[in-house]
Write a protein that binds this ligand. Structure first.
Ligand SMILES: Cc1cc2nc3c(=O)[nH]c(=O)nc-3n(C[C@H](O)[C@H](O)[C@H](O)COP(=O)(O)OP(=O)(O)OC[C@H]3O[C@@H](n4cnc5c(N)ncnc54)[C@H](O)[C@@H]3O)c2cc1C
Length: 575
């Protein structure tokens, strides 16, 4: 089966969740422009990228003589994709970009990643590098590097991780030394560097975190450097790929160990100020975190499409009221699994769209830009962690629907699950996202940011209640209970007044799930209420009602787990 981009579903989310129909917010997407772009993206994804996904899963990148060769057809597909202008979607116009909004980037990234996560990961990191350079790079670095990064002729990487420094970047050891002419010499080893070396780009621009000799210890002593594979005079820089990892999934994407400065020091230039590198990197990481959430949506959507296709073809057992063997889609248990896959995907998509829209609003020069940035910051860990957790669940349900054919590799259902498993790990593990939510994001703007989100959710409950539609009203009642459960935890922690307490840390992950479920549930109500007739109305109402009955229903019991389960965790003895 071939991937088909779910364009009506994506557009509906862009309209209702992202506010795309507000012509003043999104003039560039008006008059069918968004639809036309997504149609084109869908064609490229189905025809050029998706067919390579299985090939690259089997024929992994090879490192020989310092050169990494990707799967057959991979580099040509990337180069054609970049030539078609897809890499330039969001970059600034002065450097050749189209300056289109994040909301559209969320939609397009879903489409690329559904076709192949391993393929789309390369431009995902390039986009992060572009953002960091736009926000913090000197005018000279911007002139020199942005045009080719934006066109996609060059690609970008993110070099944070070292063997002893994963989640904890304070432990980072890579070194940078001032060179007198304004440049720096970088040395050290970085591991797990996505597309650190590959054959699809003419140059690779590494953004590298390293310490200056006189830097303070910890995260306040980290600086960010731009280290190109090829220097401006065309000579090779002192950076090389030492090896590529053998991984559980995303086989098509080379994950490299990179060595900087073996022969005297890789030449690099500072981005932003000395010792403020982590701040610059956060610009890149926030974008990347949202887009990793989008990868989760994408895998879940693809797993659902694949399982649906299989369930229509595979005949086993007699469904109620049928004669003889029926397609398994007719069995209520299989239908339930398929619907739960679709509802969770819709919920995750809504959170990612909302985050993209908040980012867009934060870039406007208006009084509300600051509030919008806080909102994007609050939603980012929800979008990243929720969407990637459900991706693994949905991909696993996809295997279940395939039965034994899911466990063997032929159908591709197993690949989706393997590919999904990295998503909760990279770009800040989901545990780190939950801690970020509890310790930093709840307190944004003195708690007003969360209060605004609770008010939005309360409005959704009201909308359902006043809809005059019995099924939606019932969904609204379940939702209101879930919202009350979330508010009870917030109130409990507000009184305790210490979001960094071990109790809060022990309950952070189930709390993030509760928060994300409620926030997404409110959007499912909005989307169901806004759909006017036809297949979309049927789809959104079913997604909303099923999500309430299966996911929101668990909210009240989640409170016990968050508050009392945390006590148990702290008291338990593991030794
Ligand atoms: C395929 C792949 C691609 C990657 N691409 C890149 C890349 O391009 N660039 C790059 O720089 N890195 C990349 N990474 C690295 C990735 O971002 C890290 O693996 C990730 O940040 C986690 O770090 P770690 O593996 O050291 O795990 P650890 O930090 O050792 O974490 C192990 C476990 O402990 C938990 N934990 C750690 N600290 C805390 C804490 N303070 N509180 C609570 N729990 C905690 C974590 O949540 C996790 O469950 C990639 C990794 C992989 C596997």
């Amino acid at each position: 089966m071939t991937y088909v981009a779910p364009i009506p579903t994506i557009l509906h989310a862009m309209r209702v969740v992202g506010g795309m129909d507000d012509g003043t917010a999104y003039p560039a997407l008006a008059d069918g422009a968004a639809e036309a772009i997504l149609e084109e993206a869908g064609h490229f994804a189905s025809e050029r990228i998706a067919p390579l996904n299985r090939i690259a899963d089997k024929q992994n990148p090879v490192l020989r003589g310092g050169v990494v060769t990707t799967a057959p057809g991979w580099k040509e597909a990337y180069q054609d994709w970049a030539k078609a202008g897809w890499n330039a979607l969001t970059g600034p116009e002065e450097f050749g970009g189209q300056h289109l909004p994040s909301l559209l980037a969320v939609a397009c990234n879903e489409i690329w990643n559904s076709a192949s996560v391993a393929f789309a990961l390369n431009p995902l990191l390039t986009a992060g590098a572009i953002e960091a350079l736009v926000a913090h790079g000197s005018a000279e670095l911007q002139q020199r590097y942005l045009p080719s990064l934006i066109s996609g002729v060059w690609t970008g990487t993110m070099n944070l991780t070292e063997p002893q420094a994963g989640s904890d970047l304070a432990l980072l050891r890579s070194k940078a030394e001032r060179h007198g002419d304004g440049s720096y010499r970088i040395s050290g080893q970085k591991i797990y560097i996505t597309y650190g070396e590959h054959d699809g780009a003419q140059n690779i621009i590494h953004l590298v975190l390293a310490r200056l000799p006189d830097a303070p210890a910890g995260t306040r002593g980290i600086s960010l450097f731009l280290v190109p594979k090829f220097l401006p005079d065309g000579t090779r820089n002192d950076v090389r790929c030492h090896s590529i990892e053998h991984k559980l999934g995303i086989h098509g994407s080379p994950t490299c160990t990179m060595i900087f400065g073996d022969e005297g020091g890789a030449i690099g230039w500072l981005i932003g100020e000395e010792n403020r590198g982590l701040n610059c990197m956060f610009t890149m990481m926030n974008n990347a975190r949202l887009m990793v959430g989008v990868q989760g949506v994408a895998v879940a959507e693809m797993a659902m499409q694949k399982a649906l296709h299989y369930a229509r073809e595979r005949k086993q057992g007699r469904a109620p009221g049928e004669k003889g063997a029926s397609p398994i889609i007719q069995h209520p248990d299989v239908k339930r699994m398929l619907l739960s896959m679709r509802a969770k995907t819709a919920a995750a998509r809504a959170l990612c769209m909302a985050t993209g829209a908040a980012l867009d609003a934060s870039h406007k020069s208006s009084d509300s830009a600051r509030t919008a940035l806080d909102r994007a910051s609050l939603l980012t860990p929800l979008a990243k962690a929720y969407a990637t957790d459900i991706a693994v669940e949905v991909a696993s349900t996809g295997i279940q629907i395939h039965g034994g054919m899911g466990f063997v590799e032929e159908t591709g259902a197993a690949q989706l699950w393997r590919d999904s498993r990295i998503l909760p790990i990279y770009e800040g593990t989901n545990g780190i996202q939950a801690i970020d939510l509890v310790t930093r994001k709840l307190g944004l703007d003195d708690g007003h940011c969360v209060a605004d989100e609770m008010a939005r959710c309360a409005n959704a409950a009201k909308l359902a209640e006043q809809s005059g539609h019995a099924a939606l009203q019932r969904a609204g009642t379940v939702f209101a209970h879930g919202l009350a459960a979330l508010q009870s935890v917030l109130e409990h922690w507000r009184k305790a007044n210490d979001p960094s307490s071990p109790l809060a840390l022990a309950g952070a992950t189930p709390f993030l799930k509760l928060f994300a479920t409620v926030s997404a549930g409110a959007y499912l109500i909005d989307m169901a209420a806004a759909a006017k007739g036809g297949a979309l109305a049927d789809e959104t109402l079913t997604d909303c009602c099923l999500f309430m009955d299966t996911e929101l229903m668990q909210a009240a019991s989640a409170v016990d787990g968050i508050l009392h389960g945390a006590d148990l965790v702290l008291e338990a003895n593991l030794s």
